[in-house]
Write a protein that binds this ligand. Structure first.
Ligand SMILES: Nc1nc2c(c(=O)[nH]1)N[C@H]1C(S)=C(S)[C@@H](COP(=O)(O)OP(=O)(O)OC[C@H]3O[C@@H](n4cnc5c(=O)[nH]c(N)nc54)[C@H](O)[C@@H]3O)O[C@H]1N2
Ligand SMILES: Nc1nc2c(c(=O)[nH]1)N[C@H]1C(S)=C(S)[C@@H](COP(=O)(O)OP(=O)(O)OC[C@H]3O[C@@H](n4cnc5c(=O)[nH]c(N)nc54)[C@H](O)[C@@H]3O)O[C@H]1N2
Ligand code: SF4
Ligand SMILES: [Mo]
Length: 685
């Protein structure tokens, strides 16, 4: 009964920490620091990392395929065999295609399944003839991702984490890495702030855990960051503080940008976002004088309908101050989950090919058809919110693997009504989730630690993680489920894989940015490689050193106009409601609620209310209140505090928040309003 040390990547966030799972007879006995190889975490783990394998041993894991026997939403299922499950699903797919065509099918992939698994789901959906393919990452980075792609030709984080320690100024805007990327914050950002005495500027309506270090804490009203960003840019331009050489040599469009931003003065912005004009000027001057700027933005900026515009302005600020395309800076998209990039970079989107090119690009499509051996549909499909909107009216069959949209998508009551309208729903998960409640068939997947595959961290580091435990009952790895279902559908010739290594080799061949990330290289180099990696080796550590991914190599600066959030407080709903993550929980809680040590320490949801607001409402700390928006209402305990600004309330996003949010989306990015909605608080007598 020997113990084996199996190298694994942490199952949660995109920092990409690694450690050993100590495996005995198919069980994990404990975890140990990986002292043999270089790791990002340098010997540290956050609370979730420490608790990392608890959820896989939960008694609530799915162990057999299930068929619904009760009403949708009721949660009554019976166990069936894999053969039965595959044959029912395959029949239903064929029937749906027969009645409505392949465009009535939709596939939802995941930030929680590996690179290989996202790739296979993509291949399966296209083999069936549909581009209705998306993942909950739609609600994650799309604002910033689309903005930076427009401006720089690529949106990924520009530099390795280690460069963040070389900062001379750190701006953290709508991001709380102390809780959401704790080891990145602790090992790299704190190093700059504490060891090198670098100033930190925080932009957040709440005081966050990193806030104790911040010289300046700017508190805009949720959803008004665009006004603040425009005014910062205004000061940099009108006070002539920009990097003229960089602007001249490496960008296009400065004149239009300068003209457009002239009207957005700090005094104008103060009236909208509430940040004093003097502070805006001070911050703009600091940013302009920084040569090694680390500029972190995340969901506080991304998750708004106007998040695209804010992201564009932030990217303009970074570009005109010359803080991109060199060593010692850091900015870009910061996908939060360990497999966010696994979905995004295998083209999980309704308009993309696995190569990242557009389905409408005929030459690129033909290339994929040649590689895959079957015809690829050319009409772009529906994004996730549009899929939900079309359920029962255009979309009849949905297959979701590792996505809990009944909780993670905006306006949960609406989402659940829509799910009921489907003819058929397949949910492939490790737990019986809220979404699974509406499923016709539920498939039990093997979890992280129970399978081998590839993850990608926020610094573009591609790493392999290996099987250390046996799956419970009859649960199977996602890649194998896709392969077996494809065979049942008569598509076996395109899915001839017996091991995830074979899938990765195909990815090396199909997706150029992963060419060098071979199973052999990643096994020998557990620290992985940085994509794009065109050959086995370290890959590309710093982006844009030789130019941007634009036809003339220059960044395209973008003029932006102020745009109001879709919903603003009014007499009926006087508060801004926003939300945030807790270090101890993961999204919809399926895994962290099943991790005993996390659940015990972070037991329940609450709403943060400013002391002054609470006094006016007559609400005391710990009392139950009803939080209401135009979508719905929930009961929750009040946390009366001065850690949130007046007029704003905020809740953790792991419980019921999406009963309150808004499904309206941005026309280009399709990002919904997940962070700023109008709400009221009613005292419960
Ligand atoms: N523990 C834990 N870690 C995670 C995750 C998790 O669920 N749990 N999820 C991972 C994923 S997928 C992601 S995408 C990342 C997200 O990581 P973050 O972006 O750090 O996540 P949030 O806490 O949702 O939002 C960040 C901050 O935005 C602030 N904020 C809210 N509204 C606004 C606003 O309108 N303007 C501004 N300026 N700030 C605002 C919030 O108060 C919060 O402090 O985390 C990843 N890491
Ligand atoms: N209001 C509001 N809404 C938000 C956010 C917010 O900040 N505020 N954040 C948004 C963001 S950034 C994101 S990324 C999304 C996340 O949205 P989701 O991805 O829907 O949320 P998760 O809870 O991470 O769901 C992942 C699912 O995968 C399952 N799973 C885990 N491992 C495996 C596996 O190996 N195989 C299979 N098949 N399943 C597995 C889990 O049990 C879980 O059900 O939520 C978004 N929604
Ligand atoms: S920071 Fe992220 S990857 Fe590292 S231990 Fe914590 S959850 Fe895991
Ligand atoms: Mo995310």
């Amino acid at each position: 009964m020997g113990e084996k040390l199996v190298p694994v990547v942490c199952p949660w966030c995109s920092v990409g920490c690694r450690f050993y799972a100590v495996s005995v007879n198919g069980y994990i006995r404990k975890i140990e620091f990986d002292y043999d190889h270089p790791t990002v975490n340098r010997g540290r783990l956050c609370p979730k990392g420490v608790a990392s394998y608890q959820f896989i041993n939960s008694p609530n894991r799915l162990k057999k395929p299930l068929r619904r026997v009760g009403e949708k939403g009721e949660g009554k299922f019976e166990e069936i065999s894999w053969d039965e499950a595959y044959s029912i699903i395959a029949e239903k797919i064929k029937e749906t295609i027969g009645s409505y065509g392949p465009e009535a099918l939709a596939f939802i992939a995941s930030e929680k399944i590996f690179l290989e698994e996202n790739y296979l789901m993509h291949k399966l959906s296209k083999a069936l003839g549909t581009n209705n393919l998306d993942f909950p990452g739609r609600y994650c980075q799309y604002s910033n991702s689309v903005a930076r792609t427009v401006m720089f030709g690529s949106s990924a984080a520009t530099n390795p984490f280690a460069d963040a320690s070389k900062a001379d100024l750190v701006v953290i805007w709508g991001h709380n890495p102390a809780e959401t990327a704790p080891i990145f914050f602790g090992q790299y950002i704190e190093k700059a702030i504490i060891d090198n005495d670098v100033e930190l500027i925080v932009v957040d309506p709440r005081a966050t855990r990193g806030h104790k270090y911040s010289g300046l804490h700017l508190k805009p009203y949720p959803g008004t960051d665009l006004a603040l960003a425009l005014a910062i840019l205004n000061v940099i331009v009108t006070e002539d503080l920009y990097d003229k050489e960089f602007v001249e040599e490496r960008t296009n469009g400065f004149k239009e940008l300068a003209d457009s931003v002239a009207k957005y003065t700090p005094e104008w912005a103060e009236k909208i976002c509430g940040v004093p004009a003097g502070t805006i000027r001070e911050v703009a001057r600091k940013i302009a004088s920084s040569k090694n700027l680390v500029f972190l933005i995340n969901e506080g900026v991304n998750q708004h309908v106007n998040g695209y515009e804010t992201s564009l302005v932030v990217a303009n600020i970074i570009a005109v101050t010359g803080n991109i395309g060199k060593d010692g800076v850091f900015s870009g998209v910061f996908p939060g989950a360990n497999c966010g990039y696994c979905a995004a970079m295998t083209g999980i989107a309704p308009n993309k090919l696995p190569t990242g090119k557009l389905v409408t690009d005929e030459e690129a499509r033909k290339e994929v058809e040649r590689l895959w051996g079957f015809k690829v549909p050319e009409k772009p499909g529906l994004d996730l919110t549009a899929m939900i909107r079309s359920m029962g009216d255009g979309i009849h069959f949905v297959y979701a693997a590792g996505a809990n949209i009944a909780k993670s998508a905006p306006n949960s009551a609406w989402v659940r009504e829509q799910l009921k309208k489907l003819d058929f729903l397949v949910v492939q998960d490790i737990f019986l989730t809220d979404t699974a409640m509406y499923a016709d068939i539920v498939l039990p997947a093997a979890a992280w630690f129970e399978k081998t595959g590839t993850a990608i961290s926020a610094e573009r580091r591609v790493q392999r993680t290996y099987q250390a435990a046996d799956p419970p009952g009859e649960a199977k790895p996602d890649w194998l489920i896709f392969v077996e279902l494809a065979k049942e559908l008569g598509l076996g010739e395109f899915f001839k894989y017996e091991h995830p290594d074979e899938v990765l080799r195909e990815i090396n061949n199909v997706i150029p940015i992963f060419k060098g990330a071979t199973p052999e290289y990643l096994k020998e180099h557990l620290e992985g490689c940085f994509f794009p990696c065109s050959e086995p080796g370290e890959g590309t550590k710093v982006l844009f050193k030789k130019g941007f991914k634009k036809p003339d190599g220059k960044a395209q600066l973008m003029a932006v106009d102020w745009r109001e959030p879709p919903e603003m407080p009014d007499e009926e709903y006087p508060f801004w409601l926003t939300n945030f993550r807790l270090v101890g929980h993961w999204h919809t809680g399926t895994m962290s609620f099943e991790s005993k040590s996390l659940e015990k320490r972070w037991p329940d949801e609450y709403v943060m209310i400013n002391k002054e607001d609470a006094r006016k409402l007559g609400v005391k700390d710990g009392e139950l209140v009803k939080v209401e928006t135009r979508r719905g209402s929930i009961l929750v305990r009040a946390s009366v505090t001065d850690q949130i600004m007046e007029g704003v309330i905020a809740m953790p996003n792991h419980w019921q928040i999406n009963f309150l949010t808004l499904e309206e989306t941005h026309e280009k990015t399709k990002m919904a309003e997940l962070k700023a909605v109008a709400a009221r608080v009613v005292k419960v007598e």
